[in-house]
Design a protein around this ligand. Structure first.
Ligand code: ADP
Ligand code: ZN
Ligand code: MG
Length: 476
């Protein structure tokens, strides 16, 4: 029996607004515990929350970027549960009337595009953090994070494999970064993902019973947790057992999921509209303002790069992975008008260095102007392509300008005719046998003779010129 995986993801994204969602505390990561709190985010009795307008704006940006509908009215709702990191005893979220609903994103997996439905996007507040002391039987509560604005993006169960799930989360991260609404950093928890997964026999329409996986803090872990869960559920089903609907925790160290709790139902949360917060009404004018302010999004930018610069789809995808990468490329092309060549150098040489050093493209020493300068030097034949790579590496490490590196290292290619003729003559004199062979028709020895010239000039001879001179002197 073959089973098909059915996956739906719930992604929480921390918004990088300057203040929290319902109070004026600063929204910042990394301060000492409990220094960024006030009676509102501490959930003191009698306080009144006030919704941060910027949070709504950010959520609407995401809604527009994911092709969603934006209802005129929406509402905040209390979702009740007890936990020591939740001082109010409820989370302020949205239930019946979310801010955003019914959209989609396209993802690319193995050269195929798949459309994943977005059920809804709502806003809510984050909880605090428990800090456990390994050496003592105590836990501390840090409420700095309480009231950090979140959007929760709920997908339709349209995802069919762990690879697609990872690609979907990458797409969400790419979008929130393009929109400038979040760092989208999974390792640091500003983007968190819960994965719902069930299996069904191939060809069956109805969904099976799902489990919900939590605690994956990287794309790799999302994928691995789902792969594990597919194996676990497959084994149970083949054995004739039933899947229990439950929440399971991913243990990255052991590479397994553990049952955490039985699944709670919506009624367990006793949702109701928050009486302290008025309904949100979105005016047409506000919508227009937000829409007018949207940046060019990755899919659009990729299409434009293919059309405007004649790039293959692969190049266009790599170069639009972030806004910064796209901007870098365009600036370099503005200064050196050969898009494919600029693309190759960025994708191969520059990205290799960025990866090795974990530096971001907008912060690296090789500015677009420097890259363009290197490409111009190679193009003019001042340096060879190989030397260009060395100059790039040097510039990346030291921040010195390409011209000064070429100068300092004496890298300039020798293209001077008479200088090269002298070297060629010398090499011919030293290798009479090879010259004989060449003239007798064994043209292959030319590469040996060329190699000798390169050795004499320590790689600096312009190969095209040397080749011409040899042909002239051997054949003429
Ligand atoms: P719940 O009532 O458990 O919150 P929802 O219907 O709200 O479930 O869906 C939560 C998430 O689970 C969504 O991302 C949805 O796509 C996904 N989902 C729903 N049913 C299934 C299923 N049978 N298998 C896999 N994912 C599912
Ligand atoms: Zn506060
Ligand atoms: Mg639900």
């Amino acid at each position: 029996m073959n089973y098909e995986a059915v996956i739906g993801l719930e992604v929480h994204v921390q918004l990088k607004t300057s203040s929290k969602i319902f109070c004026s505390c600063v929204n910042k990561f990394g301060s000492s515990p409990n220094t960024q709190t006030c009676p509102v985010c501490l959930g003191m009795p009698g306080v009144l929350p006030v919704l941060n307008r910027r949070v709504v704006e950010y959520a609407l940006r995401m809604g527009m970027a994911t092709n969603c509908k934006i209802p005129k009215y929406s509402q905040l709702a209390r979702k009740h549960y007890f936990y020591p990191d939740l001082p109010k005893g409820y989370q302020i979220s949205q239930y019946e009337l979310p801010l955003v609903e019914h959209g989609w994103v396209d993802i690319d997996v193995e050269g195929k595009t798949r459309r994943i439905g977005i059920t809804r996007i709502h806003i809510e507040d984050d909880a605090g953090k428990l800090v456990h002391d390994e050496s003592r039987p105590v836990s501390y509560v840090d409420l700095n994070r309480t009231g950090t604005p979140l959007i929760e993006i709920v997908s339709e169960p349209d995802i069919r494999s762990p690879e697609e799930a990872a690609a979907y989360v990458r797409k969400i991260r790419q979008l929130v970064r393009y929109l400038g609404i979040s760092d989208g950093n999974m390792e640091e928890g500003s983007l968190r993902c819960d994965a719902n997964i069930s299996l069904r026999p191939e060809g069956q329409k109805e969904f099976g019973t799902k489990s919900e996986l939590k605690n994956m803090n990287s794309f790799r872990n999302v994928q691995k947790a789902l792969e594990y869960e597919i194996r676990r559920q497959t084994a149970l089903l083949l054995d004739g057992q039933e899947i229990v609907q439950e929440t399971r925790l991913w243990d990255a160290g052991k590479g397994v999921t553990h049952s955490m709790r039985g699944k709670e139902e919506a009624h367990d949360y006793r949702y109701f509209p928050d009486p302290d917060l008025v309904p949100i009404e979105i005016s047409d004018q506000w919508m227009e303002e937000i829409r007018a302010d949207l940046p060019e999004l990755p899919d659009e930018k990729r299409r434009r790069f293919m059309e405007q610069y004649g790039l293959p789809e692969y190049d266009a995808s790599v170069l639009t992975v972030s806004r910064e990468t796209g901007d870098y490329f365009e600036e370099a092309v503005r200064l050196f008008d050969n898009p494919k060549s600029v693309s190759n150098w960025i994708m191969v040489e520059l990205m290799k260095l960025l990866k090795q050093t974990d530096v971001s493209i907008e912060q690296c020493n090789v500015t677009p102007a420097y890259l363009a300068e290197i490409l111009a030097l190679v193009d003019k034949g001042t340096i060879s392509a190989q030397m260009g790579k060395e100059v790039l590496q040097d510039c990346f490490g030291t921040g010195k300008s390409p011209a000064s590196i070429v100068e300092e290292k004496g890298l300039s290619q020798v293209s001077d005719e008479s200088e090269l003729e002298a070297v060629v003559a010398k090499v011919m004199e030293a290798n009479p046998k090879e010259v004989e062979l060449y003239r007798g028709g064994k043209k292959k020895v030319l590469s040996f003779l060329m190699g000798q010239v390169m050795r004499e000039t320590r790689g600096k001879a312009n190969p095209k010129k040397v080749n011409e001179i040899f042909r002239k002197m051997l054949e003429g």
